[in-house]
Write a protein that binds this ligand. Structure first.
Ligand code: OAD
Length: 249
């Protein structure tokens, strides 16, 4: 890592586990062990029962609001903002905790706010974003929502249609600009640091494989093995909150 010219970091739900945010695929607590993704996280689920989908997103928004960045988010914020051009962070998480760790860091009196280059690029959208279910309107909606009826949920100011969460659902494409920049970074990176992801969801899971194919080293931080472990130069099988401060500071 010291000699690497460019480092791509890919994070997943596991980095937020120590903040109290459930992951998706872990037994018992993982969302997809308790619910069916096709009922909550697909365009057809939203068409079928928008109220049910919004209720779930409302609950997740309120749960995340009560969580705080942990030692892993904070270590990454310090490390990426020390050299944001060469240390680029892509996250599959929609919880905003990487951003909040950066903001906490840069709100210190001697800092001048978070530089844009240090911001994580979010592959799967934003839990606090809403967008029109019909047209292109999009905004951030930080205040709590009222999901009591469909009428009390946000509607598009342009066309009047019901808004939806600005997240990527199963069967939807990722933002092409973000995805392209991720693959450009993966082609250029000589190290890929992969933290807290099961590495099962495409296209995000391809990024470390592209780095490895180009001769770069994959370093995996995950208490459990994943399909990526066999291709990793180094596996650090422990929680991100203890590994990342030690590794990056
Ligand atoms: P998963 O739930 O699939 O995987 C979480 C991973 O985090 C597992 O491999 C755990 O072993 C690991 N983990 C748990 N605690 C950890 C800790 N303290 N430190 C480090 N690792 C830990 O979550 P993702 O891989 O992020 O997509 O899932 C990918 C995508 O699938 C999500 O972005 C979401 C989901 O459906 C969308 O919503 C589009």
């Amino acid at each position: 890592m010291r000699s690497a010219d460019r480092i791509l970091v890919l994070t997943g739900a596991g980095i937020s586990a120590e903040s109290g945010v459930p992951t998706f695929r872990e037994a018992l607590e993982g969302y997809w062990s308790r619910y069916r993704p096709e009922d909550l996280a697909t365009p057809s689920a939203f068409r079928r029962d928008p109220h049910k989908v919004w209720t779930w997103y409302h609950e997740r928004r309120e749960m995340v609001r009560d969580c705080a960045p942990n030692a892993a988010h904070r270590a990454l914020a310090r490390w990426t903002s020390a050299d944001p051009e060469r240390r680029v962070l892509f996250t599959q998480n929609v919880d905003g905790l990487h951003d909040r760790a950066l903001d906490e860091l840069n709100e210190a009196p001697h800092r001048g706010g978070t530089p844009e280059a240090a911001r994580p690029r979010t592959l799967h959208g934003d839990l606090f974003g809403v967008r029109c279910s019909t047209c292109a309107w999009k905004t951030r909606h930080l205040e709590p929502l009222d999901p009591s009826t469909l009428e009390t949920l946000p509607h598009c100011p342009d066309c009047g249609a019901l808004a939806r969460p600005a997240v990527v659902w199963f069967g939807e494409n990722l933002d092409p600009g973000i995805l392209d920049s991720a693959f450009v970074e993966a082609e250029r990176a000589s190290v890929c640091l992969v933290v807290g992801t099961s590495a099962l969801v495409q296209p995000a899971a391809l990024l470390p494989r592209v780095v490895a194919r180009g001769g770069g080293a994959v370093i995996e931080v995950n208490p459990d093995p994943t399909p990526l472990s066999a291709q990793s130069a180094v596996c650090l099988p422990a929680p991100a909150g203890s590994v990342l401060p030690a590794l990056l500071d």
